[in-house]
Design a protein around this ligand. Sequence first.
Ligand code: CP
Length: 292
Amino acid sequence: MKNLLSMEHLTIEEIHHILDLAQAFENGEASSLARTHHVANLFFEPSTRTKTSFEMAERKIGCTVIPFDAGFSSVTKGETMYDTVKTLEMIGLDAVVIRATEDEYYNELLSGINVAVINAGDGAGQHPSQSLLDLYTIKKEFGKFEGLNITIAGDISHSRVAKSNAVALQRLGANVHFLCPEEWAGSFEAHHSWDDLIEISDVIMLLRVQHERHKVNKSFSKESYHQEYGLTIEREQQMKESAIIMHPAPVNRDVEIASELVECERSRIFEQVRNGVYTRMAIIETILKERE
Ligand code: CP
């Protein structure tokens, strides 16, 4: 695995390798990298967990993290993504983790760049490291993917998490259901009511309403969205006893999920964040190992 750009590029074997290595790291296994690698995190969109979690993961496997502040970089003077990454490569970096607003920004890096590229989110495209940490969370919980009913609910068409997870979970044998207002279904065949989903779901994965990606403002109030499409306290009581709640976060409390449910017994929302560090250690280790 030279880069991590999209879940569509990963084989099932590569997915399982990363999940197994994440588990090994969680169990206390040390990195087996033979040398110190230099990495930088280039975030052109806001982030709390992905950026911090990548940096923690990089440090835990012994990388040197070179600071890069997108807002004070020469990108603000018009430098292209290609020239930026090529420059960092010439300075001596081994890998860059990038989040950017454009879908598939990485296409311009596919030839001429030798530094490893890890996609930390491309516009409304993909978020593969989030998907892998979600898979890790589900595997830890159920030990399998085959036959699980997983409902992804919210702003589907604007969500890179929904797209990455839809691809991965279906390939791994899960039954993936989508729930959203008709306008946000995009190319997905989606339900528009919880009726057929709430009692059968093993995992309910909620998504943030991504106002920043909407071209036309939706007419929902927060309250009406919550009542129609959110996980309310009443709906949570209809869930299977063994079912879990997930959300990539940040969470809009009382919009996609009732605030009281964010840390309820079946919620894995903060556990996902913790799992993200082990999963990102596994991603970076796997990619850097191939460069040694
Ligand atoms: N889940 C996620 O990508 O969160 P951040 O935007 O905080 O990185």
